[in-house]
Design a protein around this ligand. Structure first.
Ligand code: GDP
Ligand code: MG
Length: 167
C-alpha cells in the first residue's frame, strides 16, 4: 500500500519574525523551536516559518523584506539588560511602520533563569505590555522554559486574527 505524501500537511502557515536588541536570545529561542516546527491548536496543525535577524539588528539595517508577509512579531528583551527593554519601544515603532495591519505582537522577557542579574522586574515587563494591549511571557531559552508557550500564544493570536479576516 502506498500513501500519498502531502507536503501541505498543515492548516495554517504563518511567518513569524523575532525582533529585539542583539544578544537578548532571539537565535537561542528560535533554535529551541526548530526541532518541533509545528504545533497543534484546537485540532488544527499550525506551521511556523520563523525568521531570525542573523545579526542585522546590531546595525539597525533590518530590511523591509524581513517584515514582509509576517503575521507574528515576537519582541524580545533580556531581563538582565535594562537597555534592551527600553529599546522595545523603538522596535515597536519600526514594526508598526513595516508590518501589515493584522499583525500580532507579543512581548518576551528572555533569560529568566538569570534571577541574580535581573534588571527588569517581571511586573514592569507585564505593565509595559498591558499598556499596548499585548501579551507578555518570560522565557528562558537556556532552560527551555516557556519557549513552547511563547510560540503557542503567538500562534493562537495569529489563528484568531486569520479567522476574523476571513469573516
Ligand atoms: P541574539 O543576538 O538575540 O540572537 O541572542 P543569542 O541567541 O545569540 O544569545 C546571546 C547570548 O545569550 C548567548 O551567549 C546565549 O547563549 C545567551 N542566552 C540566550 N538565551 C538565554 C537564556 O535564556 N538564558 C541565559 N542564561 N543565556 C541565554
Ligand atoms: Mg541572533
Amino acid at each position: 500500500m502506498t500513501t500519498t505524501m502531502n507536503f501541505n500537511n498543515y492548516d495554517y502557515l504563518f511567518k513569524v519574525v523575532l525582533i529585539g536588541e542583539s544578544g537578548v536570545g532571539k537565535s537561542s529561542l528560535m533554535l529551541r523551536f526548530t526541532k518541533i516546527k509545528t504545533l497543534e491548536l484546537d485540532d488544527k496543525l499550525v506551521k511556523l516559518q520563523i525568521w531570525d535577524t542573523s545579526g542585522q539588528e546590531r546595525f539597525r539595517t533590518i530590511t523591509r523584506s524581513y517584515y514582509r508577509g509576517a503575521k507574528g512579531i515576537i519582541l524580545v528583551y533580556d531581563v538582565t539588560d535594562r537597555q534592551s527593554f527600553d529599546c522595545i519601544k523603538d522596535w515597536m515603532e519600526e514594526t508598526d511602520r513595516y508590518c501589515e495591519k493584522n499583525c500580532c505582537s507579543i512581548v518576551i522577557g528572555n533569560k529568566s533563569d538569570l534571577e541574580s542579574k535581573r534588571e527588569v522586574p517581571k511586573e514592569i515587563g507585564q505593565l509595559f505590555a498591558e499598556q499596548y494591549g499585548l501579551k507578555f511571557i518570560e522565557t528562558s531559552a537556556k532552560m527551555n522554559q516557556n519557549v513552547n508557550a511563547m510560540f503557542r500564544q503567538i500562534s493562537k493570536q495569529m489563528k484568531q486574527s486569520e479567522i476574523k479576516n476571513l469573516d
